[in-house]
Design a protein around this ligand. Structure first.
Ligand SMILES: Nc1ncnc2c1ncn2[C@@H]1O[C@H](COP(=O)(O)OP(=O)(O)OP(=O)(O)O)[C@@H](O)[C@H]1O
Length: 349
């Protein structure tokens, strides 16, 4: 296994509160490896600790205890001069772009190179290359106020890439953009990841962003990582309720309203129907298992909701069905034996 690009080792961050009301524990004993060359998403609700975690990677925050190792350097223990070196290897993009209004596109992108003392001829060559890379050649001399949100984020990306970082941090980079523009910016990040082998660590509160570009994901809740792994594995077998609730919207299936209102945790009668979520992954996503359950076992299946999509180019499907209570155990066994995951959501009738 290659060394991780970033390794959080037992990281805790406390903030003292005014008036001696005890500390706020923003992060608690975080252990997480971010693989080299991957796109890793940290997803969590507001206040979960995402920004604090991200800001540790470029030393904007330091751990109260534990270590953050980036490309082999212990960021929390780095001197100011070592930190400057680490920051050249770590670019960052922001939700609100953070561009300088008085500088053109080219001048904004040139800024980190000027700070690094690169000579002017090399700066203009490099800036031209970066502008082409993010598709803004026609906007080179425009000011931020003359750009759309998506174009501003492209400038942010080019600026973050200027010093040739090995890691790119993204702080809710698409949260201020409409869905089409979000898609384009995510595609650009994916291309950069692939072409430059750049490690990307992003924070988001949208599972759709994770689904669309992240090969790995960590779910953070109240300062703790509650679930982490390859996106496909986490999507197929979410174990934590927070992960499940983030997934509900994104896999496009939810219990339909007319059923949700009647759903009960226990069956009321032997004639009840179990409402079951079935998750399909890999080749099983396209196998007609439900048809076989009916034709081979004579079980009538009532399809209530469903969707099939792709995660990391692999098919992933989710269905919600009604199954007769009397045949529930047998049906679940049949489906599980064929590689499908089943979960009883409740009972109706
Ligand atoms: N400088 C600070 N002083 C005191 N408390 C802080 C400070 N920074 C963050 N916190 C607290 O730490 C916790 C985590 O905050 P953080 O900003 O990392 O969450 P987040 O997941 O990024 O939230 P959001 O999505 O709203 O930005 C919160 O309870 C927050 O109030």
């Amino acid at each position: 296994m290659a060394e991780p690009a970033i390794s959080f080792q037992g990281v805790t961050r406390r903030y003292p509160q005014k008036g001696g009301a005890g500390d706020v524990v923003a992060l608690q004993d975080i252990a997480l490896d971010v693989p080299q060359g991957a796109i890793t998403g940290i997803i969590g609700r507001s206040g979960a600790g995402k920004s604090t975690l991200l800001r540790m990677v470029n030393g904007l925050e330091r751990p109260s205890s534990g270590q953050v190792i980036v490309n082999g350097h212990d960021v929390g223990a780095a001197s100011d001069s070592a930190l400057r070196g680490i920051r050249r290897e770590v670019g960052m993009i922001f939700q609100h772009f953070n561009l300088l209004a008085s500088r053109t596109v080219a001048q904004n992108i040139a800024l980190p190179l000027e700070i690094a003392g690169v000579d002017p001829l090399n700066i203009s060559r490099r800036v031209e290359e970066l502008i082409a890379r993010v598709g803004l050649t026609a906007q080179t001399s425009r000011y931020p106020a003359e750009l759309s949100g998506g174009q501003k984020q492209r400038v942010g990306i080019a600026r973050a890439l200027a010093t040739g970082p090995r890691v790119l941090l993204s702080d809710e980079a698409t949260s201020a953009l409409d869905p089409d523009t979000t898609r384009q910016v995510l595609d650009l990040l994916k291309d950069i990841n692939r072409d430059l082998g750049l490690t990307i660590l992003l924070i988001t509160h949208e599972m759709a962003v994770v689904r669309d570009i992240c090969s790995h994901v960590a779910v953070i809740e109240a300062g703790k990582i509650v679930e982490a792994g390859e996106t496909y594995a986490v999507f197929s077998r979410p174990t934590h309720p927070t992960t499940r609730s983030f997934l509900q919207g994104v896999t496009g299936v939810a219990v339909p309203q007319f059923v949700a209102g009647q759903l009960r945790p226990e069956p009321d009668s032997p004639q009840a129907e179990a409402v079951v979520q079935i998750t399909f992954t890999g080749r099983h996503a396209t196998d007609p298992m439900l048809a076989r359950l009916t034709s081979e076992r004579g079980v009538s299946v009532n399809i209530l909701a469903g969707a099939i999509e792709e995660i990391g180019d692999k098919p992933f499907g989710s269905l919600i069905v009604g199954l007769p209570l009397a045949r529930l155990d047998e049906s679940r066994r049949f489906l599980e034996e064929h590689g499908l995951l089943t979960e009883v959501l409740g009972y109706v009738g």
